[in-house]
Structures are given as structure tokens and as C-alpha cells.
Design a protein around this ligand. Sequence first.
Ligand code: CP
Length: 311
Amino acid sequence: HRHLLGIASLAPHEIRFLLDEAEQWAILNRTATRKHDDRLAGLTQMNAFFEASTRTLLSFEVAGKRLGADVVNMHASQSSVKKGETLIDTAVTLNSMRADVMVIRHMSSGAVQLIADKVDCPVLNAGDGRHEHPTQALLDALTIRRRKGGHEGLIVTICGDILHSRVARSNMLCLTALGAQVRVCAPPTLMPAAVERYRVTPFSDFNAALDGADVVMMLRLQNERMDGGFIPSAREFSLLYGLTPERLKRAKPDAIVMHPGPMNRGVEILSGVADDPDRSAITEQVEMGVAVRMACLDVLTRGDRGVAGWA
Ligand code: CP
């Protein structure tokens, strides 16, 4: 089976193929009065989330249901994981119920790969630790393409807790593969070592990073991945790196603002920017999340449905 574990394993033409497929679903989702397509009828989709989620879990559930799959959700906090069952035993248990596709979120980098190696169906990574969040990067790329007409040559500034962010990693891989110029901006304490290996330009000065940007993507401080408080403090971070309407003026006049959510309003982004209908693409990102997940579920299960697969 082919899995979707990260953007790192996708060729640029495969990314574009998934975006083209998702665009079709985005149009249908917006225009069709009845959103059902039964191509996954009879298939069982299991969403196993070992870490909290609103957008990713719900949009994978909506996506699977719109495609006609039987969708079941396992929340680790309400499961036998609480009684000490291991990750692999949990995966083998779900596999024994004959899942046809699994969607996994886990707090440890590499955990989704571990599950993919143990089960008999395609596995989609819904975010693993600091590693990757591939469907987030795809939905971000689709949102950018819809707003800007493409990716080639765009200046995209990603600012925030780059060190702990799987969204940053997947977006660096995805947007550079699509030809964008990616800048990453963080305090030195939250910047990964040797980040240039991703073919991005690092900044610690937010004003300089914003200069002439077409897209400004703000990231949350990942409190749950900090070992005992973060430096700088949230208040200091907000002063140095919070996106205010004033700071946004340094970007291009038609620059869009993105955030994967959940937002820490008043820390990395001010409400005046997040809720600006002309600049903010945040709700469109959520909308594109359903379309991208429909595309990924459809494409990854094609082989099992006897349909010609990947581009
Ligand atoms: N963007 C994102 O992954 O949000 P959730 O954690 O709510 O799924």
C-alpha cells in the first residue's frame, strides 16, 4: 500500500496532482447542494488520534463521510491506551477489525511510520510530533494557489515556533518543491539548527522577514512540546514576533495572512489581522482542509478499489 506519511516522500508532480484533485472537491463542496460521492462506500476509515485536534480530525471525518466511507474515530484519551496498551498493540487491534484506511495523529515523531509498517491498509499522517503534517501543507498550498494563482516565485514568510512545528517542516518541503521562496522567522531559541538544508532563508528580525512578502504564515508557540517554559516568554514573543496590522504593512499590499490554527490570539497574531476579511485566509484554509483530505483518501485507496492510482 502507498501511505501518506510526509511531503518528503512526494515528488513535485505528485503534490500538484493531489492539489488538482483537491481543487475539484473544493468546487463541489462549495457548489453542490448534496455533497455525497459514494466512491468509498463499503470501506472502513479509522481515525486514531493520540493527540488533541479539532480541524484535522473533524475534516478527515467529514471528508470520509462525503466519500461514503464508514468512518470511526478512536480518541486515545477515551481508549485502552489509558490502561497502558502499546502503540503497536493498538495498531494491530485496529488492523484486525479490517480497516481499509487509517488516519493517525500522534505526539511522537515517527509513530505514524511505525503503525504504517504494521497494518494492511494505507495510512495517512494527521501530524506526528515535530515531524510532518502533510495534509496541512497541502491545504496551505491549495489556499495559496487559489489566492495567488500559483507558487512559483512567491515570497512566503513562515514565522513562529519553527523548531517544534511539523506544520513548518511540511510547508518548507512543500512550498520549496512548488517553487516558492520560503523565509522562516523565529527567535534563535525556536529556530532549528541548519534550517538552510530545507532551501529556506532564516531570519530572526521579523520586520526584515516581512519585507515584500506575498504570504505571511504565523505559527503557534507549541507549549506542549517545550521542555519547561519557553524563551522568550509569550509576552516577549508577542512584542517581537506578533503580527499586528502595523507590521503587516511591510509585506506586499495584497499579501495574505495564514495560520494553521489553533491560534493564540494576542500572542503570535492579533485579532485585527486574523479577522481582516481582505487579508486573512484562515477560514479558507479550513475549508480547503476538507477538499485536500477527500483527495488524499480517494487517491490512496484507489489501488485497493481497482482504480488506476497515482499520477
Ligand atoms: N491545524 C491543525 O492541525 O489543527 P488541529 O490541531 O485542530 O487539528
